[in-house]
Design a protein around this ligand. Structure first.
Ligand code: NAP
Length: 256
């Protein structure tokens, strides 16, 4: 597998769950890692952990829905490590679960601003840095099985994740001639704080007896397993893959 020791990877939403596991996986491959999220104290703990294992990492407090923050995040990556090779736009929220007649405009905006506009803002600045670097790069956005499937009371989340398909395919076509690949990873049920909150709402019984049996592998995934899909799409082994989706969901979306 690709030696990433001369590469720089940026991960948004690195303070928890899939983002944290992805940052650790990049560091394990030797990459220097830029960690972004709103909870800086969580990022600082991860920097200490990575550096304690001989890696290199830096943290920057970022709200991906704020254009200025995102611009500063990418500038920080270049300032500290001098280049940007990989960017993982993973930050996301599930929002409040509400039927369409109860969903407020504010909540719709909050979910779309973080999940969809956030990915747009991140790619805008990440792509600029990669183009300026002149050495290509790889961007991975994080969708969901809800990039393909709806669920009742989840319309804002589902719309944001569907939107990421169009955003990813369009930007991949724009950047391919410059050697920048852009792909979408669409996880199924993955055991993270977000997932645990959803499980609480659904209830243990419906979750264990109604949902998990539809996963062919009969279990939720681990964040580390999603990190490996992301690392693969960034690696040189995926050099001919762009504009596509990879769905590590244990077979869930194959089930009718
Ligand atoms: P998580 O544990 O709740 O982590 C979400 C991450 O996003 C946190 O690090 C959070 O950090 C960050 N974040 C949220 N809003 C942000 C903002 N405005 N600016 C910057 N960072 C922000 O959830 P997760 O399960 O790892 O989810 C990661 C991604 O995977 C999300 O896009 C999610 O939709 C997707 N996904 C998850 C599952 C699953 O089953 N877990 C399935 C499909 C897709 P701060 O709070 O510190 O800002």
């Amino acid at each position: 597998m690709t030696d990433m020791s001369d590469r720089v990877a940026l991960v948004t939403g690195a303070s928890s769950g899939i983002g944290r596991a992805t940052a650790r996986a990049f560091a394990a491959k030797g990459a220097r890692v830029v960690l972004a999220a709103r909870r800086k104290h969580e990022l600082d703990k991860l920097v200490t952990e990575i550096e304690g294992q001989g890696g290199k990492a830096t943290a920057i407090k970022t709200d991906v829905s704020a254009a200025q923050d995102v611009e500063k995040m990418v500038a920080h990556a270049i300032e500290v490590f001098g280049r940007l090779d990989y960017a993982v736009n993973n930050a996301g929220i599930e929002g409040q679960w509400a039927g369409i007649t109860d969903l407020t405009e504010d909540e719709w905006d909050r979910v779309l601003d973080i999940n969809l506009k956030g990915a747009f803002l991140c790619m805008k600045h990440e792509a600029r840095a990669m183009l300026d670097g002149g050495h290509g790069g790889a961007i991975v956005n994080i969708g969901s099985v809800n990039s393909f499937l709806g669920f009742q009371t989840g319309s804002a989340y589902v719309a944001s994740k569907h939107g990421l398909i169009g955003l990813t395919t369009s930007v991949s076509a724009e950047l391919a001639p410059q050697g920048i690949r852009v792909n979408l990873v669409c996880p199924g049920f993955i055991d993270t704080p977000m997932h645990r909150r959803a499980r609480e709402i659904v209830g243990d019984e419906l979750y264990d007896e109604g949902l998990i049996p539809n996963v062919h592998l009969q279990r939720a995934g681990r964040p580390e397993e999603i990190a490996q899909s992301i690392i693969f799409l960034c690696s040189d082994e995926a050099s001919y893959i762009t504009g596509t989706t990879l769905t590590p969901d244990g077979g869930y979306t194959l089930t009718i």
